[in-house]
Design a protein around this ligand. Structure first.
Ligand SMILES: CC(C)(COP(=O)(O)OP(=O)(O)OC[C@H]1O[C@@H](n2cnc3c(N)ncnc32)[C@H](O)[C@@H]1OP(=O)(O)O)[C@@H](O)C(=O)NCCC(=O)NCCS
Length: 234
């Protein structure tokens, strides 16, 4: 496991909600989460008191999902555990922070905006890359590949702790796999992120050995294990 100066990656959700994504945050006291439809990632401090959990529950509403992978604190007992999944956080190990970054668009890769949301949701439903909601694309740039007009692959930017950008929603329709779409999309995002003098990182489930192999081939290395944890508010 690699250990670099990457402390902002210890709580990437909290760091994003306080910083680059403050305009997409809901906050109460020291608790924070994203606006509805953007993400269910939620943040509390490292040693939250009962009031902080009460504030987060109020922010989210009754029976709502709180995705708490970013912090180690355990919610009160009346928060129902919805999922626990082992994964890892990977960071891009390339060291090219170029003076004159390559900003050439990658052939066949297009930017996806609000009018592409129905297609993105459809692809996500078929390819299952992980959480993605109607407003998730507001978190960053999303790129896609079309085949005869149909969206067959996508990837985008999600969490943005200072100095870093998370690559997420990497997926290719089952019938279009093995043609290098995911590799091209991830590479295009890496180029964009490096051009801003930020560094790419990502999260992947431990069981997703195909994706881990792909990311390693593209220059990512493991920084630390992560447990994805979801809880339902009382
Ligand atoms: C992982 C995924 C995005 C790869 O998409 P893709 O467009 O087929 O990927 P590429 O064609 O760019 O493949 C790149 C390399 O990874 C390898 N690879 C891709 N999927 C693989 C798998 N499931 N198992 C083993 N190797 C795999 C390919 O063989 C290829 O290697 P090569 O170029 O040396 O032959 C796709 O399988 C997918 O959508 N999976 C479901 C969603 C998902 O898990 N997303 C990742 C979330 S973190």
């Amino acid at each position: 496991m690699v250990n670099r100066d990457a402390t902002a990656l210890d709580d990437p959700v909290g760091a994003s909600l306080r910083g680059h994504h403050a305009h997409l945050a809901r906050r109460l006291g020291r608790a924070a989460t994203y606006q509805p439809g953007v993400a269910t990632f939620s943040a509390v401090t490292t040693d939250p008191d009962p009031q902080e959990w009460a504030d987060l529950a109020r922010l989210l509403g009754r029976g709502e999902l709180a995705d708490m992978f970013s912090c180690a604190a355990t919610p009160p007992q009346d928060w129902e555990s919805v999922f626990v999944l082992e994964g890892r956080q990977m960071i891009w190990s390339g060291d090219n922070q170029p003076d004159q970054p390559n900003t050439e668009p990658v052939t066949g890769v297009v930017e996806l905006g609000a009018d592409s949301v129905p297609e993105m949701l459809d692809l996500v439903a078929r390819a299952q890359p992980g959480p993605f909601w109607p407003r998730t694309h507001e978190l960053g740039t999303y790129l896609g590949v079309r085949d005869n007009g149909t969206l067959v692959a996508m990837a985008g930017e999600r969490l943005r702790p200072p100095g870093w950008a998370e690559i997420s929603a990497v997926c290719t329709a089952p019938e279009a796999r093995g043609r290098g779409h995911a590799a091209r999309l991830v590479s295009a995002l890496v180029t964009r992120i490096a051009a801003r003098h930020e560094r790419p990182f990502l999260h992947v489930a431990e069981a997703n050995t195909g994706a881990i192999a792909l990311y390693e081939r593209l220059g990512f290395e493991t920084r630390k294990p992560v447990t994805f944890r979801g809880f339902r508010t009382p």
